[in-house]
Ligand binder design. Sequence first.
Ligand code: NAG
Ligand code: NAG
Length: 312
Amino acid sequence: MFKALLLAFVAARAPVLAYQLQARNAISNDKYPFCNPAEEPNCIAGGKYLVPPLDFSLEGDIGDQAYNQYLPTRTFTLSQWTNSKMPEPCYYWGVTADHWNPADFVVYNVTFSDCPASPWVVCWNNHSPKTINQIATQISRIPVGMRQSTSIYMVYGDSESDNPLFKGYIATLAADGIIVGRSAGFFATSLIHETGHAVDSNLVSPNAPHPGSGSAFSSTTAWHNAVAADGYAVSAYGAGSYVEDFAETGRAVLLDHIYPGGLAAWSGHNPNLTQITNQLSTFRSVASQYYVTGGWCDLGKKFPFPTDLVSV
Ligand SMILES: *[C@@H]1O[C@H](CO)[C@@H](O)[C@H](O)[C@H]1NC(C)=O
Ligand SMILES: *[C@@H]1O[C@H](CO)[C@@H](O)[C@H](O)[C@H]1NC(C)=O
């Protein structure tokens, strides 16, 4: 069921990197319930992943709690667009691809206190149960070095009846610097994972054409070699592909940076952490500096503010 939804979402829009919340399949006897190599040839590390699993996938789990505790929110100001326009990517994805009604979007500039010279844009759909303030508060937790790999957030309603044609949950259109999904998906650990996709893309192809797919660090031999050297993906979800595994590694690196005592302490001294050593060190070698709290945006690296607008 979840798998089918995931595939449907990805197939509908090639550059999408999707994330589905998925509880571990406790009743299955399958050793690798998320990515069985017999059924999924794209499993990495032979479908093996670190166990005991890192508990950082679901709202309210110990990873999500740690992000909420140790990633400070930032203040922000909102400025609602009144020019009857929206960024072209919001129209392209939200209306043309995902079939939401253009009249139901409210567009905001959100200027965070750690980047006063350049706002982000939120295209907020009025079916969203979370208010723009709640959404902006969640986004503000994302360390600015990571956040600057995004420029647009699209926030949809949570019910299937809001728009029966939309089957997704939350995803990243990495080449466009967009995080898009249901308001329910806007919580800390979900956004850390999704932003990891934007970082992955921005590291290698910051100027990918819209709506192209660009490239990503997780496609490089450096990343593939790190996974091969370890022989275990960072998580069950990460075992699904190199790109998901990269985003999952970012969660682990961020916890290592923010949690007192690091990843070892956060994980209750998981005895198998050495199984992901090469992925952690390779990730750090390219992205460590973005996975820290504090500081300011770097306008030279920030994904450009969207200037291509359409009338609605
Ligand atoms: C450590 O990993 C090995 C290989 O996956 C596994 O057999 C073992 O049970 C794991 N240790 C713990 C405490 O889960
Ligand atoms: C949003 O921000 C852009 C870029 O700084 C600016 O040009 C535009 O006037 C702002 N719009 C509103 C409604 O604040």
